[in-house]
Design a protein around this ligand. Structure first.
Ligand code: MEV
Length: 432
């Protein structure tokens, strides 16, 4: 109980660190140094990071890598990726290079609509509610003008508001279901502000019109965006899939079968899609977007037909192999971290300052490429060969291997299979 604290957020950063060490880290050797070694000596930069969240005590580093050679709609991209998983960037780069000589990736944005809802209860007659909604709808849009006028100037704004009767599923439950175009902004703040204004207008005017009050439960955007959809595809003649030790026909057939398994088997689909998200999250994070929102929306989409299923699809038709994915991605290239985090700004510059639609296409390609790389390994050499090669450095670092030891051991594993125990054995042998 002594760990309970009040007014913690008001303490200075050093006071917070001291409190943490006293209450949680007294037995942890070098805790203060571990925390402080990640503080940036540039005060301004550190303050920027401190102020991203409450109660910052230090910075948590993740690597920012780049995967070059992505040809997307005939333009070459180098894709920035932030991830802790050792094989992700290597796999993306490998897939990019593979498709670079086979026509590259083709992408299209299918739609860009986003959704927000005012959830409310009403105990009166539906007809009266409907009549009231139809009468007040123009006012809902009008009262939101101070929020929407700039977005409208650029061609976005509120697309529609519907009244939805959900009383079959939950007693007295209705929604204002609104659709938005938020252009290059991810749009969460814009949508939420509009919704809260709708709720105000909707309840205030109801008092004098409806026999029963409207009880607003909450107003919030939806991260389920099945109408903010992008498609990414690769395609080539089956014979062109040939590589040094891969027979193209066997490979293409096994690959398509692997995708079909993920289409019908949820246990496999979850891992299959997790691999896609390895690529997607890494670009989403590097470009300062909300990866939790993306994850939630993507997995909901993967289950849209009632069973969790593969996001990617593959076929062989008339000797042509095609592999594609349609995926919902609500992304922004303005607002949020995009104008704040120096590395996010830099990552967007590496991508030639894409607008939101272009970023949707790049991110979808990163996901498709990642899935291609995973399935190629899984259906040929097995996943561990590549994974463990990339993981080797992590194991060596755990054993605090010197640069010379690293060189020797990496060299040894060029011709030997990497397993945790084999690496430990090699280190022990070298040191003996
Ligand atoms: C590992 O992070 C991702 C994979 O498991 C994906 C897959 O199985 O398709 C390799």
């Amino acid at each position: 109980m002594s760990r309970l604290v009040s007014g913690f957020s008001k303490l200075s950063k050093t006071e917070k660190v001291n409190w943490l060490i006293k209450n949680h880290l007294s037995d942890y050797d070098g805790a203060e140094n571990t925390l402080k070694q990640y503080w940036n000596s540039d005060q301004k930069l550190q303050q920027l990071h401190d102020e991203f969240i409450e109660n910052t005590i230090t910075n948590y580093y993740l690597p920012l890598g780049v995967a070059p050679n992505f040809v997307i709609n005939d333009k070459v991209y180098t894709i920035p990726m932030t991830t802790e998983e050792s094989s992700v960037v290597a796999a993306a780069s490998k897939a990019a290079k593979f498709w670079q000589t086979r026509g590259g990736f083709k992408t299209t944005v299918i739609s860009t609509n986003k959704i927000g809802q005012v959830h409310f209860t009403y105990t009166g007659d539906f007809k009266a509610l409907e009549t009231y909604f139809n009468a007040i709808k123009p006012q809902l849009i009008e009262d939101a003008k101070p929020i929407t006028k700039n977005m409208e100037k650029r061609g976005g704004g509120i697309l529609d508001i519907e009244l939805r009767n959900k009383t079959n599923a939950l007693d007295n439950y209705y929604q204002l279901h609104a659709t938005f175009e938020t252009l290059d902004a991810m749009g969460a703040n814009f949508i939420n502000s509009c919704l809260e204004q709708f709720a105000k207008t909707f309840t205030a005017n109801a008092e004098s019109t409806l026999p029963k009050p409207i009880n607003v439960i909450m107003s919030i955007l939806s991260n389920y965006v099945p109408e903010c959809l992008v498609r990414a595809e690769v395609s080539c003649k089956v014979e062109d899939l040939a590589e040094k030790d891969i027979d193209p026909n066997t490979f293409a057939e096994k690959f398509v079968q692997a995708v079909k398994i993920a289409e019908i088997e949820p246990y496999r689909a979850v891992t299959h899609n997790k691999g896609i998200m390895n690529g997607i999250d890494a670009v989403v994070l590097a470009t300062g977007n909300d990866f939790r929102a993306i994850e939630a929306g993507v997995h909901a989409y993967a289950a849209r037909n009632g069973q969790y299923s593969s996001l990617t699809h593959a076929k062989i038709e008339n000797g042509v192999f095609t592999f594609w994915m349609e995926i919902p991605l609500a992304l922004g290239t303005v607002g949020g971290l995009t104008n704040l985090h120096p590395l996010v700004k830099l990552a967007l510059q590496v991508l030639d300052q894409p607008n939101a639609k272009t970023l949707m296409q790049i991110v979808a390609v990163a996901g498709l490429a990642q899935n291609f790389a995973a399935l190629r390994s899984l259906t040929t050499t097995g996943i561990q060969e590549g994974h463990m090669k990339m993981h080797l450095m992590n194991i060596l670092n755990q054993f605090e291997a010197t640069p010379d030891e690293k060189l020797k051991i990496v060299d040894h594993f060029k011709t030997n299979i990497v397993t945790h125990s084999a690496v430990v054995e090699a280190i022990e042998k070298l040191r003996a």
